[in-house]
Ligand binder design. Structure first.
Ligand code: PEP
Ligand code: MG
Length: 757
């Protein structure tokens, strides 16, 4: 059975579109189980019904014409309860609904299983038989397993149809929403530009050819270049490898023939697609077909096709970088967005961001918030390669991408954008106001930075200090470790620009999802592995160079603080302190007049929460990294969209941990700040103020929003709210209570609906 399951799934995966996928399923299942009927009903939300989409065994004329309303018939029952129904004689069941057009009266045995994707029932897979008998356990288990494996394929095929504006049953649709998670709040409407890593066939988007003849010419030149390379290889290998292996090259050359792959690509270009897209499409079709073959030798040929087509792609891309054209309202879409992709787009043209992978606390989302660009992350079901050039709405509040927007919906979102712009303009006059609650309790708002451009923007927004300078950012952009001198220059710039305000520099925090290309770390569990202080203590030469650079950069400015990330025990702190003292001593011996800076510890791990007092005793301040703390307390990977709904800083466990950190730090008489993204969520900020955090450090874009909310609420009211929520036992209820309190304080709806950590 396992073998059959695997082969059905592979064959379905190779299908061109939804209808052929469904046809393959019903045909293969009927044969495998030896039943007389196999059918698939899919839910069509436009008509709120389950439509018979494919069948073998029922009358073919009924396909696409027969439907059952929600809850109607046995199919409706399977969908409603999201559970299989297995009956010896369906006609005796009270929910049986006879579908005359299908000719199903002769079939008695009925087994229906739901097709479920991300908790939603997409449809029902049904097998029927004349004989009055219950399907046995093995048959039921087979169908349930198959349906679970096919759900994602069906969802993807449906979504591809929806992008074209058609529902499963062929109705015209609009306003198709693809769910993800909020990466950065705000709304944007614009045209999609799909960006992709080079030389990856699976990610090349489909684009229209600007000049068909030119594209064919490019393709043929690339093809010739590959032919030439392979011919050369073929010659070089003569006498060195077995003739059999040399024949592989003949096979390659044959595949490139005009009558084979080459011809198909040219045909597709002629239909109006650009060369790269046409090549990727043809290659992926062949790869899928070969992979689905039940023969090891043939399925291995998929690897050859990939290899060959990647070579052609290389030449196509190498003939000169294809200049990506960014329209004035670019919505940048990628399977996995990177900081470098963002950097390529001219700032004034970038309106929204969408990433299929990643989550609200991925570092690229943090960057997007710093830039103030509406962003949706983790849109797993988005057929992104079909989106190039299409208009979409990015709803960064809800975490949704909407394709084929109707005029009404567009109008609604345009008015939200207007409201949003007015709100931001209205906040401008708060820049020079102090941040205090309505009853004059002073709160300090600092910023998180990474690049020099953040610093300039932060100063402009009235930031009172830098609570977190992510020093790894310049390391990530470099091609090797920056030298002590280079680092000194970078740090000096930040310290100088902010002086006399305090700048908190975090020592290098790599590992986890922050990989340096020139220092690869390959681990099965990177977030539980060699990260932050663990790496730098194992490489004291890197740590020492960095600390020496920080200290040298601070000479005469005296506004430096140093902070240690990913601390899990006191030895890491004492070891780091010894190294910092050594660096300080060395510089003094070199005759430099360096002041020893305040040192702080980040509380990012549950272990550190329970050791706050012991840690605080060793240092001058503590700062909570709530992004990692939430991830580790809730065991939810901050990058994984599948579990993003479980990631919430409003979880009672997180709030309790934060409260505990504040009280313990206060007992030791040490200042306590928070520099995770939570501090930039206006609702969360109110709770943090009530808990007694001395400093909230956030990205500059949210600073004025947080200031405006803090100014509109009294400390008393914030403390009452905190007392209330600390009695609550789930994140959703807490979020709602906070929203209600903000509403009562007259806070604007767009500030209330800022993204939830
Ligand atoms: C955090 O974990 O909250 C934090 C501020 O550090 P980063 O997001 O850089 O991991
Ligand atoms: Mg962290």
């Amino acid at each position: 059975m396992l073998e059959q399951l695997r082969s059905i799934v592979q064959e379905v995966n190779a299908a061109r579109d939804l209808q052929s996928a469904l046809d393959i399923i019903v045909g293969r299942v009927r044969k495998t189980l030896g039943t007389q009927v196999c059918s698939i009903f899919l839910f069509d939300k436009d008509i709120n019904s389950h439509v018979l989409m494919a069948s073998e065994g029922l009358r073919q004329e009924s396909i696409g014409h027969v439907s059952l309303e929600v809850g109607e018939g046995l199919v409706g029952l399977v969908a409603k309860h999201a559970e299989p129904i297995n009956l010896q004689d369906a006609s005796l069941h009270p929910s049986f609904h006879y579908l005359q057009e299908t000719g199903e009266e002769e079939f008695h045995a009925f087994l229906g299983v739901p097709i479920i994707h991300h908790r939603a029932v997409l449809g029902v897979l049904v097998v029927q038989h004349e004989e009055k008998r219950r399907f046995d356990e093995a048959e039921e288990a087979f169908l349930v397993t198959l349906s679970a494996q096919l759900a994602a394929v069906i969802a993807h095929a449906e979504a591809t149809g929806a992008i074209e504006g058609v529902s499963p049953s062929g109705h015209k649709t609009s306003d198709t929403a693809f769910a993800g998670v909020s990466g950065s709040s705000g709304v944007a409407i614009g045209k999609v530009v799909v960006v992709f890593p080079h030389a990856d066939l699976s990610q090349i988007p489909d684009r229209p050819a600007a000049d068909i003849d030119q594209e064919i010419k490019y393709f043929k030149t690339a093809l010739d270049a590959v032919r030439h390379d392979i011919g050369e290889l073929h010659g070089k290998l003569a006498g060195r490898v077995a003739e059999e292996e040399r024949q592989l090259f003949d096979a390659y050359l044959h595949m490139l023939d005009d009558s084979a792959l080459g011809n198909e690509v040219v045909e597709r270009i002629r239909q109006g697609h650009w060369a790269q897209g046409a090549l990727a499409w043809v290659a992926n079709e062949h790869v899928r077909r070969f992979e689905s073959m039940n023969d090891d030798y043939l399925s291995e040929r998929a690897v050859d096709i990939k290899e060959l087509c990647s070579r052609v792609l290389f030449y196509l891309q190498d003939r000169g970088k294809v200049e990506t054209v960014y329209n004035d309202d670019t919505i940048l879409v990628s399977e996995e967005l990177t900081a470098a992709m963002l950097a390529e787009v001219p700032k004034d043209k970038l309106k929204g961001l969408v990433s299929v992978k990643g989550s609200g606390n991925s570092h690229v989302a943090i960057l997007a918030r710093t830039m103030g660009i509406p962003t949706v992350m983790g849109v797993l079901d988005l057929p992104f390669s079909q989106l190039d050039g299409r208009e979409v709405i990015v709803d960064g509040y809800k975490g949704e991408v909407i394709s084929n927007p109707s005029d009404e919906l567009r109008e609604r979102y345009l008015s939200t954008i207007k409201e949003q712009d007015e709100l931001i303009a209205g906040l401008e006059n708060l820049k020079d106001e102090v941040c205090q609650t309505a009853d004059e309790h002073r709160v300090h708002l600092w910023v998180n930075t990474g690049l020099m451009s953040d610093v300039m923007h932060s100063i402009d927004q009235g930031a009172e200090g830098i609570g977190l300078f992510r020093t790894e950012v310049p390391f990530l952009l470099a091609e090797r470790f920056p030298s002590e001198q280079e680092q000194t220059a970078i740090y000096r710039e930040q310290l100088q620009a902010f002086a006399p305000k305090v700048v908190t520099m975090r020592t290098l925090d790599i590992g986890g999802d922050k990989a340096l290309s020139y220092f690869p770390i390959d681990e099965a569990n990177p977030f539980l592995g060699w990260r932050g202080i663990r790496v730098t203590l194992d490489h004291p030469e890197i740590f020492m160079a960095q600390v020496r650079a920080m200290l040298r950069a601070s000479i005469g400015l005296e506004n430096l603080q140093i902070m240690l990330p990913m601390i899990s025990n006191i030895y890491e702190v004492s070891s780091a302190l010894q190294l910092i003292k050594r660096a300080h001593r060395e510089l003094l011996q070199e005759g430099l007049d360096v002041r020893f800076p305040p040192i702080g510890v980040m509380i990012e791990l549950p272990a550190a929460v329970y050791q706050t007092r012991a840690l605080a005793r060793l240092v001058d301040f503590v700062s909570v990294g709530s992004n990692d703390l939430t991830q580790y307390l809730l065991a939810v990977d901050r990058n994984n969209p599948r579990v993003a709904h479980l990631y919430s800083a409003f979880h009672p466990a997180v709030l309790n941990a934060l409260y505990q950190v504040v009280s313990q730090a206060q007992e030791e008489g040490k200042p306590v700040s928070i520099c995770g993204e939570m501090a930039g969520d206006p609702g969360a900020a109110v709770l943090l103020v009530a808990m007694g955090f001395d400093v909230l450090s956030m990205n500059a874009m949210t600073l004025l929003k947080v200031k405006s909310v803090i100014r509109s609420i009294s400390l008393d009211a914030a403390q009452d709210l905190l007392d209330q929520v600390m009695q609550m036992d789930d994140a959703q209820t807490i979020r709602s209570a906070v929203d209600l309190a903000l509403y009562n304080a007259g806070v604007d709806r767009l500030l209330r609906s800022s993204r939830t950590n």
